[in-house]
Design a protein around this ligand. Structure first.
Ligand code: 13P
Ligand code: 13P
Ligand code: MG
Ligand code: MG
Length: 366
């Protein structure tokens, strides 16, 4: 059967600054999706959070960009904002809801969306990844390693069905354009783009031999939509695994390295992406370090069997320890680059005001 998996998220206010979603927000959102399931719109759903971002994981038969499903997500976010965030005076209530009214589709309205329609395989393991205090480009390195690096994914070398490689659809988030690049032969071109994580973002990945969809990520950049800082985008993605795709363990392996990502305090710093169980998916130190949580499911006629909390495992203790060491190291740079982002990427800056103030005092050196 064809199933659509829609992972739609928004930060609509949180408990104690930008720390964590309030349990009442999860309860009200779940209640809303339960009704939609009873009414037959959704096949199944799971509501969760990573840090201050609320994720609606939904399956249905309506295809991508469905007005009904996107409308449901919008109504859920606005209702939770009104009924819970504002009532409890949670911090930054409705933060990511940039539009005032729903207009048929969530694109450009603030929430992050990773969604795809696909034929459910005989057995369909999917892993959802959700991050807080970072941006969509944070997925570039892991997606590259999972689908193009044989030192991460053994199957690229030893499994015939992965051996032809994968196609990466890369989006230029400034120009709203995409380009398809084929690995392994275009690896260097691919890396030339996706190393610039603030601009070129992997949107989806397909298997070469039959164009089977393997991964989808959210690519919205809130600051580009709103033209000003409104919080980091805190992206989501999901990856299908096994049987001619990277194994679950190959998908997770890349997160054993807590790579540096943009975000953290005020969306203006680099920090290590720490893999954590959902229980620890709440940002503290310097509003971080940036975190990634992961839930695994088996799809069964669209039903979400699970979830499994994929990073709830001592095997990732070492990654967390490295992340904490990296956090100590980079924090000691204080306001200096590269701990602080470059001026073009900073979400908060006083540079313009300072330059204006000093304008008359700047003098030529000769
Ligand atoms: P599949 O080829 O069935 O996905 O098995 C690979 C595997 O799980 C090895 O870890
Ligand atoms: P969020 O994008 O997670 O809301 O974080 C905003 C922030 O400024 C953290 O310091
Ligand atoms: Mg927030
Ligand atoms: Mg957040």
């Amino acid at each position: 059967m064809k199933v659509t998996l829609s992972v739609i998220k928004a930060d609509i206010g949180s408990l104690v600054g930008h720390h964590v979603v309030h349990p009442e927000q999860i309860r009200v959102a779940s209640e809303k999706l339960k009704k939609a399931k009873e009414a037959g719109l959704l096949i199944d759903y799971h509501v969760t959070n990573v840090g201050d971002d609320l994720q609606l994981i939904m399956t249905h038969a309506k295809g991508i960009d469905s007005e009904e499903v996107h409308g449901l997500a919008w109504d859920t976010f606005t209702e939770v904002t009104e009924k819970v965030s504002k009532k409890l005076k949670l911090y930054a209530a409705g933060q990511d809801l940039l539009a005032t009214a729903f207009s048929g589709n969530l694109k450009g309205m603030g929430p992050g969306i990773a969604e795809a329609e696909f034929e459910e395989r005989i057995s369909e393991p999917v892993i959802v990844f959700m991050a807080d205090k970072t941006e969509p480009g944070a997925w570039n390195l892991p997606l590259y390693k999972i689908f193009a690096d044989p030192f991460n994914t053994a199957g690229l070398v030893i499994d015939e069905s992965l051996h032809e490689g994968f196609t990466f659809r890369v989006m230029d988030v400034y120009e709203d354009k995409v380009v398809d690049l084929h690995a392994p032969e275009e690896l260097y071109d691919l890396l030339a783009l996706i190393g610039t994580t603030g601009r070129y973002v992997i949107q989806s990945v397909f298997r070469r031999k039959d164009s089977l969809l393997a991964a989808v990520a959210s690519t919205a950049r809130l600051s580009l939509i709103a033209g000003k800082y409104v919080g980091k985008d805190d992206p989501v993605m999901f990856i299908r695994a096994q049987h001619g795709l990277p194994a679950v363990g190959e998908v997770l392996e890349t997160f054993a390295f807590p790579h540096l990502v943009a975000g953290w305090m005020r969306g203006s710093h680099n920090g290590p992406l720490m893999p954590v169980s959902i229980k620890y998916a709440k940002c503290t130190r310097f509003d971080g370090p940036p975190r990634v949580g992961s839930l695994g499911f088996q799809l069964n006629e669209g039903k979400l069997v699970g979830p499994e909390d994929m990073f709830d495992d001592p095997a990732f203790d070492r990654a967390r320890e490295i992340a904490n060491k990296a956090a100590d190291y980079i924090r000691r740079h204080g306001p200096f680059m590269p701990a602080r982002l470059g001026p073009e990427e900073m979400e908060y800056t006083t540079l313009k005001i300072v330059l204006k103030k000093l304008e008359s005092r700047f003098r030529l050196t000769r």
